[in-house]
Design a protein around this ligand. Structure first.
Ligand code: SF4
Ligand code: SF4
Ligand code: FES
Length: 291
């Protein structure tokens, strides 16, 4: 049989380079880049909580704000597109103060005990949530345990919307969860606040994969943390390919004491961009079934 050439993707259109200045240093980035892309090109780390490269920016947390010459307000680096000639400051007193306030507000109202990035930024910006006192309003509430696969601990939710986006048009298109309520009472909820088994949830776990605070957590991890046996220093990660179907998703097996304790997927794989289905995410029990 004579085969034709293997089809190739058409070449990406040329993008012009835009020049800007960040913290006094010139940098050029392709048109369409964001300020955070330009910061990354210069090796400047920008704190982010609601941003993820696989999701549409929602500008919810404001921890990434920078000062832009000529702009009245600080702008979110994760979403603001670069324009030629921009002059940006990422480490001014105003920027540091704003980021510190955001982290203090979050720390005073939300349990950040399983949020490593938020903890790291809190230390870096010298944020002290305790100065709001013991009577600061919080989102403390019981953990929702209504299925065998994952728990929802909204006392740890910073309302970053990542789970809603992953469940919606950015990945899963299931729309099982959304933001409900207003102001301080705003929260993530299933439709009519029904339990997950009665909701549209298909247990893909893609919301868990993007949650930056541990508010959404594998039941295995939740139970091991409660027992005091969860120990990431004893865990290894091994990438493999899911055997269930022909898509070929990359599974990252997180293993402790020779047991798979959770399954994640690297964001940078082009097949699924970190997303999985229920089989890849939770269907590993058979691997360890000794019967
Ligand atoms: S597990 Fe999947 S379907 Fe269920 S809420 Fe999370 S993203 Fe949506
Ligand atoms: S549950 Fe997690 S991902 Fe969802 S809004 Fe809260 S912190 Fe963000
Ligand atoms: S990371 Fe930019 S607004 Fe949250």
């Amino acid at each position: 049989m004579i085969r034709g050439p293997i089809p190739q993707d058409p070449p990406a259109p040329e993008r012009r380079t835009l020049e800007l200045t960040i913290d006094g240093r010139p940098v050029g980035v392709p048109e369409g880049s964001t300020i955070i892309d330009a910061c990354t090109a210069l090796g400047i780390e920008t704190p982010t909580l609601c941003f993820l490269q696989t999701l549409t920016p929602v500008n919810a947390c404001r921890v990434c704000v920078v000062e832009l010459e000529g702009a009245r307000t600080l702008v979110p680096a994760c979403a603001r597109k670069v324009e030629p000639g921009m002059v940006v400051r990422t480490d001014s007193e105003r920027v540091r103060h704003s980021r510190k306030m955001v982290l203090e507000f979050l720390g005073s109202s939300v349990d950040l005990s399983t949020a490593p990035d938020a903890q790291r930024y809190t230390a870096a910006y010298d944020a002290d949530a305790s100065r709001y006192g013991p009577n600061a309003q919080t989102v403390a509430q019981p953990v929702k345990v209504d299925n065998q696969l994952y728990v929802r601990d909204y006392a740890k939710c910073i309302l970053c919307y990542k789970c809603v986006e992953a469940c919606g048009t950015d990945a899963q298109n299931t729309f099982a969860i959304a933001a409900a309520g207003r102001g301080f009472d705003a929260h993530i909820s299933t439709e009519f606040d029904v339990g997950l088994p009665d909701s549209a949830c298909v247990y893909c776990g893609n919301c868990i994969g993007v949650c930056p605070t541990g508010a959404l957590m594998f039941s295995s991890e939740h139970e091991m943390r409660a027992e005091g046996t969860w120990d990431e220093s004893r865990q290894t990660q091994t990438d493999t390919i899911c055997p269930y179907c022909g898509v070929g998703c990359t599974l990252r097996l997180n293993v402790q004491d020779n047991e798979i304790v959770k399954v994640t997927s690297p964001l940078e794989t082009s097949v699924t961009n970190g997303n999985l289905c229920i089989k890849g995410r939770f269907g590993t029990v058979y691997v360890q079934n000794k019967e």
